[in-house]
Design a protein around this ligand. Structure first.
Ligand SMILES: Cc1cc2nc3c(=O)[nH]c(=O)nc-3n(C[C@H](O)[C@H](O)[C@H](O)COP(=O)(O)O)c2cc1C
Length: 199
């Protein structure tokens, strides 16, 4: 890392290239769901690191280094986050917070970068984590905190770092959470209202 790298900057290698997984991308998309019931033991550090690597592989608007990833497996901190987050409707033993350095986002990309592009980046990172979790036989649940100030205090984030998505992570409980809804998706062709017709 260069002297100018932000504190904590690290290169994660991710899983070895030959670390085969029988989960192909379509299968991962099909199996991905939001889990709310987990076993109490947290995923091991190697698995959490792979998820952090997956988050870091997601695109960032303007190629700017706005994303900050915090891996949390301290049960006291997870419990505190759950307490201050009314929509934390799960019992995961670990979480990954995808955050944005607002100073960098605003300096490099203005308000669009701070308010919009960086939130899209965070969503892309979260989805990478959710899909990689399927390959690791882990479960995830996204959570958008309604109380950034409390989350900032618990994770000791600077005021200029926004927690965009909290991703609950754990081993799914034996009784699985509901699979995703198979309601029809709304897809148009070329223009609004023109239905997409499968060939
Ligand atoms: C941006 C975003 C924020 C979400 N926030 C929460 C949340 O705060 N709490 C929660 O339990 N689920 C949250 N979810 C999960 C959705 O409610 C979930 O996608 C929905 O229950 C459907 O689940 P499925 O994708 O497994 O079908 C969030 C999902 C997204 C994409």
């Amino acid at each position: 890392m260069s002297e100018n790298s932000p504190a904590g900057a690290i290169r994660l290698d991710g899983p070895p290239r030959d670390a085969g997984s029988d989960v192909d991308i379509y299968r991962a998309i099909r199996r991905r769901r939001m889990h709310r019931k987990f076993k109490p033991e947290p995923p091991d550090r190697a698995a959490l690191e792979t998820l952090a690597w997956a988050a870091g592989r997601a695109p960032m608007g303007g190629g700017q280094l706005v994303r900050r990833i915090i891996v949390v497996d301290d049960p006291n901190i997870v419990e505190l986050i759950a307490k201050v987050t009314p929509s934390w409707l799960n019992d995961a033993p670990a979480l990954i917070a995808i955050c944005t350095d607002l100073e960098v986002a605003e300096t490099k990309m203005g308000y669009l970068g701070r308010d919009i592009i960086s939130q899209l980046d965070a969503g892309a990172a979260a989805q990478n984590v959710a899909l990689a979790a399927v390959a690791l036989e882990l479960g995830t649940c996204f959570c958008r905190s309604a109380n950034d100030v409390a989350v900032q205090a618990i994770l000791e984030l600077p005021d200029t770092v926004r927690p965009d998505v909290l991703i609950a992570v754990g081993h799914p409980a034996p009784t699985p959470s509901k699979p995703i809804s198979l309601a029809p998706r709304i897809v148009y062709h070329n223009r609004w209202g023109e239905p997409w017709r499968p060939e």
